[in-house]
Write a protein that binds this ligand. Sequence first.
Ligand SMILES: C[S@@+](CC[C@H](N)C(=O)[O-])C[C@H]1O[C@@H](n2cnc3c(N)ncnc32)[C@H](O)[C@@H]1O
Length: 208
Amino acid sequence: MREINGLKLRTEVLEKGRVRDKTLLDIGAGPLGIIAARDFNCKVVSIDISREKLREVKKEAAREGIKGIRCELEDATNLSYKDNKFDVVVSYGVLHHIPLDKREKFVHEAYRVAKEKVIIAEYTAVGFNLAHPGGEYKAVCLEWLEGELKSLGRVERYTGREMNIYICFKSKNVTHKNPTMKESQTTEFKKSLAERKEIIENYRFYNA
Ligand SMILES: C[S@@+](CC[C@H](N)C(=O)[O-])C[C@H]1O[C@@H](n2cnc3c(N)ncnc32)[C@H](O)[C@@H]1O
């Protein structure tokens, strides 16, 4: 994968997410977790579905003498952690690696294990084409992502040329077992669900 604005962009994500001194789950192991432990004093658990990737991050952390990071083999669409386990859950450039039919589960799992907020940084069309010109993955429909996060909590959005950052704040009085179902009882939700379906259909059409 071609690096876009590399480490600077990851630092910006962590700054905007105000992660200093937090416990942090980093979904999709890479430099972001190392930066969080080294420069933001986070206690990081970096997870990945690839043992190879975890080995790389462990090696790099050892090389830099960073103590505050642990690597664990996990599938982000089916996490073994209990609800509210981490102050912050962050995913930087991972969602487009997830098959379309598992992306909703990914977002809900991240939300479930977060206590305060979920940060998702994902490519815009420009960034995606620069990073993955070969067409091996499907770009994330950012309108859909924002809608999905808004169905869970208040969302702050930062738009960039190559990446957007979404921060979803967890609301204290929502039960986390199945937030979508819970909200489905409201007219507001049904309206947003219809809008989301339309967005997803359009997305499929454009990507067909
Ligand atoms: C672009 S990399 C992540 C970059 C990293 N966040 C960084 O700071 O550079 C995407 C990672 O997501 C991982 N991944 C893909 N599917 C996954 C899943 N279901 N659960 C956990 N990790 C997954 C891939 O193995 C890959 O290492």
